[in-house]
Design a protein around this ligand. Structure first.
Ligand code: PLP
Length: 339
């Protein structure tokens, strides 16, 4: 295994040995190509650069106690990338090509998959961009698909801790009929003003309200929002949020625990009624939220006043990460072991 201090890894980029690529031209995808280069040679008029034709995915591979490498629900990522491609009129990456590229990128960089007990994982980043030249506004005729991987440390060093977040009313990351449901870079560009402002004020992230009425909770920066009230798991239904695979899995786990699940518009006012709230996504799995500050009303919503994450979300967290690492049986059929 590589000489890396796994425990001190951050959630940043570290060079690995290979990445894999495929090219779409004349209506068809090329064979996969393996390269050691960290650079793309891209046309100066590529639509990704000018008109934002860019979609990506994020997933993690874990090494189990048995030393085997596990992928979590990769087909869901493949499907979502196809949906993102349709959303901004790009060539779709077929499921088999997505699988081959992801599996190959992980296997060729196997030595960078962190050991079981490190708490670290191999982050996998599939990327699809319009790479053909256009000057007028139209979809590219050529696309580049690539997958790179990079080892990332545990999101919370020294255990899961509640974070503070800030409500954001004066920036929208996505419009109701816009691209919020697609995992495209443009949404991230649109969210940066809010996220940077929240970070500068020492908050972990910004919570976006619905763009139209500013009455409902949409998302927490790059993660979905959920809340627990009594025995109910509540998560927003909205036309401008990204369908998180982590959230979908937490919903299924909550149901399996006998909890009620509500996927519905979540009013801002309800923040004062929840027992627990949190953000979820591949990076942290769950970030419990201890405090939400609203700079416009100066209201503060507080949860887990003892400083510890809520019990129900921690149970969900233990179950989900247990399945991902292979410590718990995969009763849902979510895991693919790479061999
Ligand atoms: C990727 C992403 C998420 C989390 O999705 P997962 O599939 O759980 O990783 C949530 N919100 C946004 C905006 C995202 O881009």
């Amino acid at each position: 295994m590589e000489n890396i201090n796994w425990k001190d890894l951050s959630f940043g980029y570290i060079k690995t040995d290979y990445n894999v690529r495929a090219y779409y031209k004349d209506g068809k995808w090329s064979e996969l190509e393996v390269t050691e280069s960290e650079y793309l040679n891209i046309h100066i008029a590529a639509t990704a650069l000018h008109y934002g034709q860019e979609a990506f995915e994020g997933m993690k591979a874990y090494r189990g106690k048995d030393n085997k490498i596990r992928l979590f629900r990769w087909k869901e990522n493949a499907k979502r990338m196809m949906n993102s491609a349709r959303g901004i009129i790009m060539a779709e990456v077929p499921e088999e090509l997505f699988r081959d590229a992801v599996f190959k990128a992980v296997k060729m960089n196997e030595k960078y998959v962190p050991p079981y007990d490190s708490g670290a994982a191999l982050y996998i980043r599939p990327l699809l961009i319009g790479s053909g030249p256009e000057v007028g506004v139209r979809p590219s005729r050529e696309y580049t698909f690539l997958v790179f991987v990079t080892p990332v440390g545990p999101y919370f060093k020294g255990g899961v801790k509640p974070v503070s977040m800030m409500i954001c009313r004066d920036v929208d990351r996505a419009a109701p009929l816009g691209t919020g449901v697609y995992k495209v870079g443009g949404n991230y560009a649109a969210s940066l003003r809010a996220i940077v402002r929240a970070r500068d004020a020492d908050y972990a992230n910004a919570i976006f309200l619905d763009a139209k009425e500013k009455k409902y909770i949409d998302e927490c920066g790059p993660a979905n929002f959920f809340a627990i009230k009594d025995n109910t798991y509540i998560t927003p239904k909205s036309d401008s949020i990204l369908p998180s695979i982590t959230n979908k899995s937490l919903v299924e786990l909550a149901e399996s625990m006998g909890m009620t699940v509500e996927r519905r518009p979540v009013l801002y006012e309800e923040l004062s009624e929840f027992d627990e709230v949190g953000a979820c996504g591949t990076a942290a799995v769950i970030s419990p939220i201890g405090k939400i500050f609203d700079p416009d009303t100066k209201k503060v919503f507080e949860y887990c006043k003892d400083g510890k994450p809520g019990k129900i979300q921690m149970k969900l967290y233990e179950m989900l990460t247990g399945i991902q690492k292979g410590d718990l049986p995969d009763t849902f059929g979510w895991i693919t072991i790479l061999d």
